[in-house]
Design a binder for this molecule. Structure first.
Ligand SMILES: [Zn+2]
Length: 678
């Protein structure tokens, strides 16, 4: 049994947190200095912080990070993408899969039919092992291969919910899965122009990112499971006790784990299968484990996987098919995505005819080409992917064209991206996708204008860009005579377009599809007092633009550059000017203030999704109308967090900071009590 000595003092806690915050500060400044070439403080100021941390490290060597920025020369920063290798102290195995309850029941009957088994969610993220010594997180290591992983401790330490120090001074190794909630992923990905394919890819990329300061901005979460006790596990004789124990130590544990016997296992699985789709995080199945740890030891493991556990996949998530054609798609941002047309197959309840191949690197890795026999997977996200080549085709490995198939511009890699881009802003395919994006449900949500209609109007040359939509009325007569377009449907489209003029800056600006200017950044700008497009343009074109943008909380250096560049761009300015003339609303609508102000002096933040408040800003409007303040991110100044289904990192952070947490139900009660109508 690990000794339950609680020797921690408040003082060490304080020093620990001061050192972590100094580390972060130094890293951020190193980043600005060496990589952005734009220092934010003088060398003298920097040196002061640096020396302060160094002194603390000398005085408290136990609390010093192994990869402290004091041990790095700043100019080495750009070369630290190779992580130190770490040989695991425990076997880090993967699980053998079962695809239906029969396979699972067979396994249990062969293994130990009388036993208790735990059933846990199998989270679809990136596997990690946390090594705690004397209660302090010493190493966080990826699974890697052959028993050796990458030491990504500094990156993992940025995850809010991971304790750097446990509640007890114990030696403990624990496995975990780093992941991203769907809502966090969508929000984050939106601000990056939809660059990432799914939460798993973004998570895996994030934990191996070069700069911890960048990782810190990403909404990563973790659940831990399987604990190993190098000093012996004492009274912890079951998985159930082990999970309870690590939870008590402050480690996050996934919800819904149940303990059951063979006769009830199918029922439990059915229950979880029904629940799966409403969970906020990506799940790729269940894990069924023998609960008795001693029996686990007795069973041991094969070279690849433990004999005491199985993964359970809900549906057959893989199918075989043949690649018939590979088509390079050009998106709104110019990004090229090779898409494979495959021989149609049934997968997880739908007919799949296309699967993504991500980029040329991915194609090369797989060695995939036309005619290849492949396995297709669908893992949580909507777009299926080609996973593996079963038999190569006769045409060799596919090569993306060197020129854009739509405008012949030479395709090139932008920044450090693995993707190719068509950089021609006037590329017809990019224009078409920009139009589709603008009208989307998540953006301007224009009634009657779907992909089919837009494609048709585009091919007729009626609309080339967003502004043209608002002049579509001149084709009204011609439209009415077209097949499939009656008077009625034309009226709906024109009315939808007209109505959309009323939508305010909050919807209009992100819908323009500018790089890095999504809903979140727009909201941050509005909150900072830039409530209309003129104010934003003035800011971006002012002498101190960079300084002022950087000073806004929630806007990073990359967003700053993107805002300045784009709002100085002639094309963008021309489009905005035209849209203004056409009567679009580039002003953030202020909500009328009420005299009844029960939320006076409070700062509210909102996260997750709600039943009564869609979009969730409706709830925030009520708060601001009645005296409260709305903020887009959690800080020590936030007083309340209204959270709904799918709440992610904001909820974690709010818990950490002791901010008052309010559910939708509780919020409705407050409104009722204050006689505030919905
Ligand atoms: Zn092009």
């Amino acid at each position: 049994m690990p000794t339950p000595s609680k020797k921690k003092t408040n003082n060490t806690d304080k020093i620990d947190s001061e050192m972590r915050s100094l580390e972060k500060e130094i890293r951020d400044h190193q980043y600005f200095y060496y990589l952005e070439n734009s220092p934010r403080i003088t060398d003298k100021e920097f040196d002061k912080i640096f020396q302060k941390l160094k002194k603390l490290e000398e005085k408290y060597p136990d609390l010093a990070s192994p990869n402290s920025p004091t041990k790095l020369v700043g100019s080495d920063l750009s070369e630290t993408s190779d992580f130190a290798k770490f040989k695991h102290k425990i076997p880090v195995l993967s699980l053998e899969n079962t695809y239906n309850t029969k396979e699972l029941v067979d396994w249990i009957q062969k293994t130990a039919p009388e036993d208790i088994y735990s059933i846990e969610w199998k989270i679809d993220g990136a596997s990690i092992v946390l090594y705690y010594e004397d209660g302090i997180l010493k190493n966080a290591v990826t699974r890697g291969s052959g028993g050796t992983g990458d030491d990504v401790t500094e990156n993992i330490k940025t995850i809010q919910s991971i304790p750097h120090r446990l509640e007890e001074k114990v030696n403990l190794y624990v496995r975990g899965e780093v992941f991203m909630n769907f809502s966090d992923f969508e929000e984050f990905n939106e601000d990056f122009g939809g660059k990432y394919a799914n939460p798993r890819n973004l998570t895996a990329g994030s934990i191996k990112h070069k700069y911890a300061s960048e990782v810190a901005k990403r909404p990563l979460c973790i659940f831990t499971y399987d604990a190993f006790f190098p000093d012996g596990r004492g009274k912890i004789i079951t998985n159930k006790l082990s999970l309870e124990y690590i939870k008590k130590l402050g480690l996050p544990v996934a919800p819904d784990t149940s303990f059951t016997t063979l006769d009830k296992i199918e029922k439990t699985i059915e229950k979880l299968r029904k629940k799966k789709d409403s969970m906020p995080f990506p799940i790729d199945g269940l894990v069924i484990k023998m609960d008795d740890l001693k029996k686990r030891d007795a069973l041991g493991e094969t070279a690849h996987s433990p004999r005491w556990a199985r993964a359970f996949k809900f549906d057959a998530l893989f199918q075989e098919s043949t690649i018939e054609e590979i088509i390079p798609q050009i998106g709104r941002t110019g990004k090229v995505t090779p898409r494979a047309r495959i021989k149609p197959v049934q997968l997880a309840g739908t007919t799949v005819t296309y699967a993504t191949l991500h980029n040329q690197d991915y194609i090369n890795q797989l060695g995939v080409g036309i005619g290849a026999r492949v396995s297709i997977s669908k893992r949580g996200e909507i777009i299926p992917a080609v996973e593996e080549v079963l038999e190569p085709g006769l045409h060799g490995v596919f090569q993306l064209p060197t020129k854009c198939p739509f405008c012949s511009t030479k395709l090139e890699k932008v920044d450090e991206s693995v993707d190719l881009f068509c950089t021609n802003k006037k590329c017809p395919e990019r224009e078409r996708h920009s139009l589709l994006f603008f009208c989307q449900k998540k953006q301007m949500d224009i009634d009657g204008l779907g992909e089919k209609q837009i494609n048709l109007f585009y091919s007729k040359g009626w609309v080339k860009n967003i502004a043209d939509l608002y002049e579509l009325k001149k084709y009204e007569d011609e439209m009415e005579t077209m097949e499939g377009f009656g008077k009625k449907s034309v009226a709906i489209i024109l009315k939808g377009i007209e109505e959309s003029k009323k939508k305010d800056l909050r919807l209009l600006l992100p819908a323009l599809g500018l790089n890095e200017v999504g809903h979140k950044v727009t909201e941050v700008l509005i909150e900072a007092g830039y409530e209309n497009i003129d104010a934003i343009l003035e800011l971006a074109n002012s002498k101190n633009a960079e300084e002022e943008l950087n000073a806004i909380h929630g806007i990073g250096p990359r967003t700053t550059v993107a805002i300045i560049e784009q709002f100085q761009d002639k094309e963008v300015l021309g489009l905005i000017k035209r849209l203004k003339k056409l009567g679009l609303n580039f002003q953030a609508n202020a909500s009328e203030k009420s005299d009844h102000t029960p939320f006076d002096g409070q700062s509210w933040c909102v996260t997750g999704s709600f039943e009564k408040f869609q979009p969730r800003d409706r709830a925030m409007d009520i708060i601001t109308r009645h005296g409260g303040r709305k903020v887009s991110s959690i800080s020590s100044k936030t007083t309340h967090l209204l959270y709904g289904e799918g709440a992610g990192s904001k909820l974690e952070k709010a818990k950490d900071l002791g901010i008052e947490l309010v559910t939708e139900e509780e919020f409705l009660k407050i409104l009722q009590r204050e006689s505030i109508p919905l």
